[in-house]
Design a protein around this ligand. Structure first.
Ligand SMILES: Nc1ncnc2c1ncn2[C@@H]1O[C@H](COP(=O)(O)OP(=O)(O)OP(=O)(O)O)[C@@H](O)[C@H]1O
Length: 268
């Protein structure tokens, strides 16, 4: 077997996922995510984006081909807590304070409690929530809950962060702020990150590359580099060079989407 390339973090080769009911979510997917890269995956609804993240997180098995993380099976990477997942729903435990929510992954890893407290303090400070450490999730806005969810994901200093439409449920302004926050955290620590989104603007703002998947079963139809300089912030969205990349992503996404039956222009 060839030596794994140290620069590649996730390697999917001929990856396919078929669910027990027969739904083929992904098929023949070849993708390399480099270490320290921020990759965005976009594609039509139901094409298998979340399924790809779940396989990379070690939460779902591949049915064809392989996917490795740092040359290892994703389940092993999950077991050593080197991967963290952020979902659209912040899933904070309502009976725990923010601090106790953020330190939970360290508790589960049986990290000594003094270390847990220091790391949770630092993670809350990173996302600007120190003064809410003792508050319960019910006292927080949606944006604050998502910040807490990011803090909980980063508290273990993961090598790989997987984000499944993390800010999709937030209003536009809060979403912009959270994207800036995510960019700041990633610029600081340069963990490998794979984010799924439905927003073309978000994809171009965040990504080093944007991978466009076809309609189900998802396979890669475009792999678009984003040559915009970093650090990037949400204000970049109005720039002409931004619009050019966004137009390319949008065109590839349109071409990937299944035809709209109400669109008369595509009927013969
Ligand atoms: N556990 C499961 N069992 C059976 N089918 C599933 C399961 N999970 C997902 N699917 C199906 O697999 C397909 C891909 O789902 P997935 O959630 O990965 O798509 P997605 O691209 O993330 O969708 P969306 O953009 O709507 O969130 C969908 O048709 C979905 O209904």
């Amino acid at each position: 077997m060839p030596e794994p390339d140290p620069a590649s973090h996730i390697e999917a080769r001929g990856l396919g996922v078929r669910f027990p009911g027969g739904v083929q979510a992904l098929s023949g997917l070849d993708l390399v995510v480099r270490r320290g890269e921020l990759l965005v995956v976009i594609g039509p609804s139901g094409c298998g984006k979340s399924t790809f993240l779940r396989v990379a997180a070690g939460l779902a098995p591949a049915s064809e081909g392989t996917l490795t993380v740092a040359g290892e099976a994703p389940e092993r990477v999950r077991a050593r807590r080197a991967v963290a997942f952020v979902f659209q729903d912040p899933t904070l435990l309502p009976w725990r304070s923010l601090h106790a929510n953020v330190r939970l992954p360290l508790e589960l890893a049986r990290v000594p409690s003094a270390e847990q407290n220091l790391a949770a303090d630092a993670a809350l400070a990173l996302v600007g929530l120190s003064e809410f450490a003792a508050a319960g999730p019910a006292a927080l806005s949606g944006g604050m809950k998502m910040r807490a969810s990011l803090a909980r994901a980063l508290v273990t200093r993961p090598e790989l962060l997987l984000l499944d439409e993390p800010f999709g449920a937030l209003d536009e302004l809060t979403r912009e702020r959270l994207n800036d926050e995510l960019l700041r955290l990633w610029e600081r620590d340069r963990f490998t990150a794979v984010a799924v989104t439905h927003s073309v603007a978000e994809a171009v703002l965040l990504g080093d590359r944007v991978v466009v998947l076809s309609a189900r079963p998802g396979r890669i139809v475009a792999d678009i580099p984003v040559p915009l300089p970093r650090p990037r912030r949400a204000a970049l969205v109005g720039a002409p060079e931004f619009a050019a990349v966004a137009a390319e992503v949008r065109a590839r996404l349109r071409a990937a989407a299944p035809p709209d039956p109400s669109d008369l222009s595509v009927r013969t």
